[in-house]
Design a protein around this ligand. Structure first.
Ligand code: SAH
Length: 393
């Protein structure tokens, strides 16, 4: 294995198991290291520190292990087995009610650059680093081996995450037309081919279940609905009506089809292909065109730190509009999935929105990502999803 030599003192965060090595920490490297290659990282004094995937850019090495080992089949098998074991312990990998869950959550599962979501017997695998892309076949083989009886097919989907590599989407192992996943007994069509991320947002499973409890008899507005996850739960929860809004026609089509799959011919649901901000402007507060439960689950407003300030303004503006339109006694489920927006940032943006709308607001729940999206304790950057359930007077 070729080596990368750190500058003096730059091993400190690695000795605390942080899994990233920034390019500025590197003193020099062996000749001829190629993109995505596994490298040995050593300190200025020549001590072994870690093994990881090298890639040009600000994060130069993503650490795979702090042990001096080869990255081979047995490495992948042991990491994947450990990820699967954790999902068994939390009751997801063997649940009849939910066969839709995240098996590998990057740094949270000590596999930086790799995401694997499970839908029934199919794993959808996504690489976020060149190293993981190069290892995709080995990982897929190790996965079906380790998860015998659970996973038969592995679909690779990295066209959007590594566009410069031009990777082809397709099955690496097996093949299946079956594309319906079950979540808490509800069915969802998963569009591996064209859908966002791995085709479905599995990270909202527990928050959707909570929403179901709040839905009885309510007029529910699900903004940024995508596949209609929250809408389907609201229907089962006994909502009086459910309106789903998304600016993408494809998302509206998916939402309609998921409602139909679970609640055929149920006239309580309607979907609107519209901009969320415009839709909120068009509704009333006290009249019949209002909603007493609103969900705001927008895409990440900030994809990097430089966009933080504008993102916070965006969250404030969006939440202010909802506060202005929700009647007294209404409930707001509001989320941010931007990794650079912390819990405190988000809460502050929502607080500002409430104040601007002159509403009295109580926090009922503080929500976050579920256990199958674990946070590596040494990598707090892995915490990304946060939400608030608010009671508005
Ligand atoms: N709540 C969803 C996930 C939302 S993903 C779930 O539970 O699965 C974000 C969605 O917001 C995408 O479907 C995207 O098409 C939509 N979107 C982005 N900008 C929008 C806008 N300005 N108005 C309405 N929808 C928008």
């Amino acid at each position: 294995m070729k080596q990368i030599y750190l500058k003096k003192g730059k091993e400190e965060s690695l000795l605390r198991f942080h899994p990233w090595i920034f390019s500025g920490a590197i003193h020099h490297a062996d000749e001829g290291i190629s993109e995505g290659e596994a490298v040995r990282v050593v300190s200025a004094t020549g001590d072994f520190i870690a093994v990881g995937h090298y890639q040009q850019g600000s994060i130069a090495v993503r650490v795979l292990t702090f042990n001096d080992v080869e990255i081979d089949t047995s490495f992948w098998r042991s990491r994947l087995a450990s990820a699967l074991q954790m999902r068994k312990v939390i009751g997801l990998a063997n649940s009849k009610e939910s066969d839709t869950y995240r098996l590998v959550h990057g740094e949270g599962d000590n596999l930086p650059g790799l995401i694997i979501d499970i839908y029934g017997h199919t794993a959808v695998m996504q690489a976020h680093s060149i190293g993981m892309h190069l290892c995709r076949k080995e990982i897929a083989t190790a996965l079906v081996d380790v998860a015998k009886g659970i996973i038969d097919n592995v679909y690779y989907k990295s066209e959007t995450t590594l566009p410069f590599m031009e990777p082809e989407n397709g099955f690496l192992v097996g093949g299946s037309e079956e594309n319906i996943g079950t979540e808490n007994g509800l069915k969802f069509r998963v569009d591996w081919l064209r859908g966002q991320k791995t085709g479905f947002f599995v990270d909202q499973r527990e928050n959707r279940a909570l929403l179901e409890v709040f839905s009885k008899g309510k007029r529910v507005l699900n903004m940024f609905c995508y596949t209609g996850g929250f809408s389907v739960y609201a229907m089962r929860g006994g909502a009086q009506l459910v309106h789903s809004v998304d600016s993408s026609a494809k998302a509206i089509e998916l939402t309609r089809s998921n409602i139909e799959l679970n609640f055929p011919n149920d006239s309580r649901h309607e979907a609107f292909c519209e901009d969320a901000f415009k839709f909120l402007d068009s509704i009333g507060r006290e009249n019949s065109s209002t909603y007493d439960l609103i969900i705001l689950d927008p895409p990440a407003f900030a994809k990097h730190r430089g966009a933080l300030h504008n993102a916070l303004k965006g969250y404030t503006r969006l939440n202010q509009k909802a506060f202005e339109k929700i009647p007294a006694g209404g409930i707001l489920f509001t989320f941010s999935c931007s990794q650079v927006v912390t819990k405190d940032h988000f809460r502050n943006a929502v607080f500002t929105a409430a104040a601007l709308a002159h509403r009295k607001v109580r926090i009922l729940h503080q929500l976050h990502q579920p256990a199958d999206h674990p946070i590596n304790i040494y990598h707090p950057e892995g915490e990304y999803l946060k939400g608030l359930v608010l009671y508005v007077e």
